[in-house]
Design a binder for this molecule. Structure first.
Ligand code: ARG
Length: 465
């Protein structure tokens, strides 16, 4: 069952057939190919190329074929090169020669470009819904831990105390950007290639704009050659997916650290952790590790497609068939990883006591001390120096800031008085960072309020609500 046998005397070599076949992966485009077929049938009817009764029989056959595909009663065979070929066979089986009318004015080149756009626009909405669930899981943990002090880090070294809620929300913002990127992507993806035919449009009186509207696109492609050659939408989607992968890998890495014996910031729920086949005591963060690991294949998919596209002449080239597996793999990967990470985050128990006792470790209040001196008129440079001396003095004498007597403080620098102890409180240090964007628990709650509005709008976009 080939769509192009007319001018050939012999059949294709097995090696060619095996190389060329794509139906084993493009079969998932069935619903989108049939959607486009319905729109095309209607446009042929309006053009006077398909009689009303023919249209009715065609649409009924398409419905029947869709059911048969869903139930598995109709399956592609190895002889079907691709999804378009298989579905045309399905129509021929149902309609006889009428089934062959649908191909008028249409080529697999504009069909496949249309199918992939329809598929992606649909699946992007599902991905956004899964991202919203992760945002929501992080936000509800953040809400519970707005007041929980944690050691904020730079260079993976204790730097300044932060609200643990602030840190959790720092993982939400990248996800909101990922979703906004996808929403923006959707504007460029909402262009219909159908009507472009093989590359030059059709001599038949089709109506690409009407077809575009029927398929939910914003417009028809303005240039038929660009329409069949363009895979920017696929590459751009893969960039968005890779960026999501990178964000998940950074969150995953943090969770791996938090769950470690060294940190003990969180305890993972049994349902989202794994054991060891040899070490009975182990509880492993495999979900977080797979989230981190899967980012590799998402980046790889982007590279695969960009490399395929580079240097391709206009218009359609069979190389473009290589667009689908990376795209499908990226969609599958995200839909696999996101629910697991959301579950891990929403069920993890935060070890508040451990976070709070370590929040001030490593002289994390040193900056607060220096800023106290600045408020008393000392130049920051001198304040920095004085506090640096104090840190060394404490390390040599095995003391924390809080254990210093007035006498010891005065010995290190005349700038230090008993008021030093006023700023040596972790809650005080958090509350003091109350400017917009800071880690003060009040600001974290404001941040949550704003994020909730953003996330609600994103959730509504995904479901078309
Ligand atoms: N399976 C092909 C693809 O995925 C469909 C288009 C084939 N077009 C062609 N002229 N051979 O790109």
């Amino acid at each position: 069952m080939r769509l192009w046998g007319g001018r050939f005397e012999g059949g294709p070599a097995d090696a060619l057939t095996r190389l060329s076949v794509s139906v084993h992966f493009d079969w998932r485009l069935v619903p989108y190919d049939l959607l486009a077929s319905r729109a095309h049938a209607r446009v042929l009817n309006r053009a006077g190329l398909l009689a009303d009764d023919e249209l009715a029989r065609m649409l009924a056959a398409i419905d029947d074929l869709e059911e048969a595909c869903k139930s598995g009663a109709f399956r592609p065979t190895v002889a079907d090169e691709d999804v378009h070929t298989a579905l045309e066979r399905g129509l021929l089986e149902r309609l006889g020669s009428l089934g062959g009318k649908l191909r008028a004015g249409r080529s697999r080149n504009d069909q496949i470009a249309t199918d992939l756009r329809l598929y992606l626009r649909d699946h992007v909405r599902t991905i956004v819904s899964r991202l919203v669930e992760l945002e929501t899981a992080l936000m509800s943990q953040a809400e519970q831990h707005a007041e929980t002090a944690a050691p904020g880090m730079t260079h993976l070294q204790h730097a300044q105390p932060v609200s643990f809620g602030h840190q959790l929300l720092a993982h939400v913002h990248p996800l909101t950007r990922d979703i906004e990127r996808l929403r923006d992507w959707d504007k460029r993806a909402a262009i219909s290639p159908l009507g472009s035919g093989a590359l030059a449009g059709s001599s038949l009186p089709l109506d690409p704009q009407a077809v575009a509207a029927e398929l939910g696109f914003d417009a028809a492609a303005a240039n038929s050659m660009d329409a069949v050659a363009d895979r920017d939408f696929a590459a751009e989607f893969l960039f968005c997916a890779a960026m999501i992968g990178i964000h998940l890998s950074r969150l995953g890495e943090e969770i791996v650290l938090w769950a470690s014996q060294e940190f003990r910031w969180i305890e993972m729920d049994d349902a989202y952790s794994t054991g060891s086949s040899i070490m009975p005591q182990k509880k492993n963060p495999d979900v977080a590790e797979l989230a981190r690991g899967k980012s590799g294949r998402l980046i790889g998919s982007l590279m695969t497609l960009l490399t395929t596209l580079k240097g391709l002449p206009l218009t359609y080239n069979r190389d473009l068939q290589e667009d689908k597996e990376p795209v499908f793999d990226a969609v599958d990967t995200l839909l696999l990883v996101l629910p697991a990470v959301s579950g891990l985050v929403s069920t993890m128990r935060v070890n508040t006591a451990k976070l709070e006792t370590s929040a001030s470790d490593g002289f994390a209040l040193a900056t607060d001390l220096a800023e106290l001196l600045v408020r008393k008129g000392v130049a920051f440079r001198d304040a920095h120096e004085a506090v640096g001396h104090l840190v060394v003095w404490c390390q040599v004498n095995d003391k924390e800031f809080g254990e210093l007597t007035d006498e010891e403080l005065a010995k290190v620098s005349p700038h230090f008085g008993g008021d030093v102890r006023d700023v040596l409180s972790v809650p005080g240090a958090l509350a003091a960072r109350k400017a917009y964007g800071g880690t003060a628990p009040d600001r974290v709650r404001d941040q949550l309020d704003t994020l909730r509005e953003t996330v609600d709008a994103q959730a509504a976009w995904a479901t078309g609500a």
